[in-house]
Design a protein around this ligand. Structure first.
Ligand code: ADP
Ligand code: MG
Length: 624
């Protein structure tokens, strides 16, 4: 169509479209998932607005919150239509072309390094996947605040927008019309579409209809005798009432020529393709593992086919009632810690009585648990208030508290079910889980999200001990594997009062540290902390199971009782005094006789409450 106001795509968007068009990616199916997901988002938005203003829904068909798919084999078009919030002219210009989202470049980078196009939805550019299958796309949209417009593009760097004076009025919502490429006409097949909707859109909370054909038996007048009987039989409905209609038998008995005959006819009607009972409302006992995994993929927009590491589906009762479904993803996103202190985005969707409210609620989980995916659906929260009001609601505190507990339980279960994990001295001899699938899962989790647990210990005083249980590290006795604090305690020497640790840049360097000489000789276990965050961590984690932590490079190291110490200190008093004056009090606090060394003659130790040498190093590198 010529005419319309012309716009150029923002440069990055244009490049993205080129990549998509020229992609040899074989799984082109994903475009349908992205379009249905957008339709569902738009329906969520209008339903949310309707909570505080019923008027926005309008009347008649406009109130039907549904998605319709229609195909036209002759014109080779496929249309996906929703009665969602719609887009104004300005929305069309901004959302579909002129403003690049932050995910645009991130996605292209991923593509260049062999990333999977399947993940497009995660980057907020899913719409453009339409160009995997179409060479010309029209977006017809009607928003309550504007007229109906058509956006159209052949992905040649530009798009056009026109006021829509020729299509049927939509009432409200959006219709995406794909003019399919010749090699993508397989999407004109109803069976294919039904399959795809089942596969990808099982958990969409609005009904999805397909304009589908059906062969039906229709009775038509038997024209052989050119009868002019008034026919009430053309209506296909009469064919179903045959059973009750016993007159037919009578007719035949009379031997009269039948007035009608049955023929096959193709009729079209809307066929619903999905079952919209929300999975989280069902009883966990009735949900299969496969269903949970599929639901995870859909809620996390993670179509990598990997299973989530764990999930927790529960109902909270009491003052605040809610259902929740939480997942630990199999992998951490690359940027999980990059914007840790600025981004406040939890990945938990909030529903109130089945109505989607927001996926940008800050305060459903603390920052350190932002890696979890899932949802909360509460009956206790009010429905007809703004997001801002809801954000202040006192119930949220209770919800958050319970979510944290359940989340930490869920993470702990990964360890409990992992045959490779230490189970405590008693349990170890009882029975070991032999579940191969769970083997090594906790180490994998730790590798991906260990840092989050450490940040949790720093930030969440209430749950510090629970989080400390989840902590893993290497030590002088862990033999290249990961150990836990419980495991450390189980192999403490009799009379040992402290949990020893040392901090530094790498395990290899620390292993050679003179600070370890005597400890290892005396068979004490020392934890290696080599992540910069560990220094912060240890400022907050003072003790565990009544055992104080002791940095072995700091003052105050005690290795059991050593009665000879006092005499030796006495006899070397002159030497230590002399040394102190030589070094001057600017450089050292004190010079002491120590029993921490074995081969090395002397060593610089930091004071108990000061920074460790490693911390000094970290602080220095940060100010540079
Ligand atoms: P995302 O869905 O992650 O935001 P998309 O590329 O899929 O990214 O869509 C871009 C934007 O276009 C959406 O954020 C939305 O504002 C708008 N949009 C797309 N499809 C629809 C639709 N069916 N109804 C209303 N707005 C839509
Ligand atoms: Mg989308």
């Amino acid at each position: 169509r010529s005419g319309g106001e012309k716009f150029e795509f923002q440069a990055e968007v244009s490049r993205l479209m080129d990549i998509i068009i020229n992609s040899l990616y074989s799984n082109k199916d994903i475009f349908l998932r992205e379009l249905i997901s957008n339709a569902s988002d738009a329906l969520d938005k209008i339903r949310f607005l309707a909570l505080t203003d019923k008027e926005v829904l309008g009347e008649g068909d406009n109130t039907k919150l549904e998605i319709q798919i229609k195909l036209d084999k002759e014109k080779k078009t496929l249309s996906i239509r929703d009665r969602g919030v719609g887009m104004t002219k300005e929305d069309l210009i901004k959302n579909l072309g002129t403003i690049a989202k932050s995910g645009t470049s991130a996605f292209m980078e991923k593509m260049q390094t062999g990333g999977d196009l399947n993940l497009i939805g995660q980057f907020g550019v899913g719409f453009y996947s339409v160009y995997l299958v179409a060479d010309y796309v029209e977006v017809i949209s009607k928003h309550n605040d504007d007229k109906q417009y058509v956006w159209e593009s052949k992905a040649d760097g530009a798009f056009a927008i026109s006021e829509d004076t020729w299509n049927e009025p939509l009432g409200r919502g959006t219709e995406i019309k794909l003019h399919l490429r010749d090699e993508a006409t397989e999407y004109l097949d109803e069976f294919k579409l039904k399959d795809l909707v089942k596969k990808y859109s099982e958990f969409i909370n609005f009904p999805i209809y397909l304009w589908a054909s059906k062969e039906v038996d229709v009775e038509v007048p038997n024209n052989e005798d050119e009868s002019s009987d008034e026919d009430d039989t053309l209506d296909s409905e009469t064919s179903t009432s045959d059973d009750e209609d016993k007159d037919e038998d009578a007719d035949e008995e009379e031997g009269e020529k039948s007035k009608t005959k049955t023929v096959k006819e193709t009729v079209y009607d809307w066929e619903v393709l999905n079952d919209i009972k929300a999975i989280w409302l069902r009883s966990p006992k009735e949900i299969t593992e496969e269903e949970y995994v599929k639901f995870y993929h859909s809620i996390a927009k993670d179509f990598s086919e990997e299973k989530p590491a764990a999930w927790s589906h529960f109902t909270a009762e009491g003052d605040v009632e809610f259902k929740a479904l939480l997942f630990v993803p199999p992998k951490a996103p690359q940027d999980l810690y990059e914007s840790y202190y600025n981004a406040n985005k939890s990945n938990i969707k909030l529903f109130v009585r089945r109505v989607f409210i927001s996926d940008e609620f800050d305060d459903l989980l603390p920052k350190y648990l932002n890696f979890l995916k899932g949802l909360v659906d509460s009956d206790t929260l009010p429905l007809n208030v703004s997001r801002e009001m809801l954000q202040q609601h006192s119930s949220l505190k209770t919800i958050k508290k319970k979510l944290i507990r359940k989340a930490l339980d869920m993470i702990r279960r990964i360890a409990d079910q992992d045959p490779d994990e230490f189970k405590g001295i008693d349990k170890d001899t009882e029975k070991k889980s032999e579940d191969d699938e769970k083997k090594g899962q906790y180490a994998k989790f730790w590798n991906e999200f260990g840092k989050s647990i450490k940040l949790g210990i720093v930030e969440d005083a209430d749950n510090r001990i629970r989080l400390a249980k989840l902590l893993r590290f290497e030590s002088t006795k862990s033999d290249g594997k990961l150990a836990s604090l419980d495991q450390y305690i189980s192999r403490m020497k009799p009379g040992q009062k402290n949990i020893f640790y040392i901090t530094g840049t790498s395990k290899e360097l620390l292993e050679k540290s003179p600070f370890l000489e005597r400890l290892t000789k005396k068979n004490y276990e020392v934890i290696f902390f080599t992540d910069p965050v560990d220094e912060y961590l240890m400022q907050y984690l003072m003790d565990y199971e009544d055992k104080q932590f002791q940095n072995v490079s700091k003052e105050g190291l005690k290795l059991g009782k050593d009665s000879k110490n006092k005499d030796i200190s006495e006899s070397f008093k002159d030497l230590t005094k002399w040394w102190k004056t030589v070094l001057s009090s600017e450089n050292v606090d004190s010079v002491k006789i120590s029993n921490r060394l074995d081969q090395t003659p002397c060593i610089v130790v930091t004071s108990k409450y000061g920074w460790s040498a490693n911390m000094e190093r970290i602080m220095q590198s940060q100010t540079l």
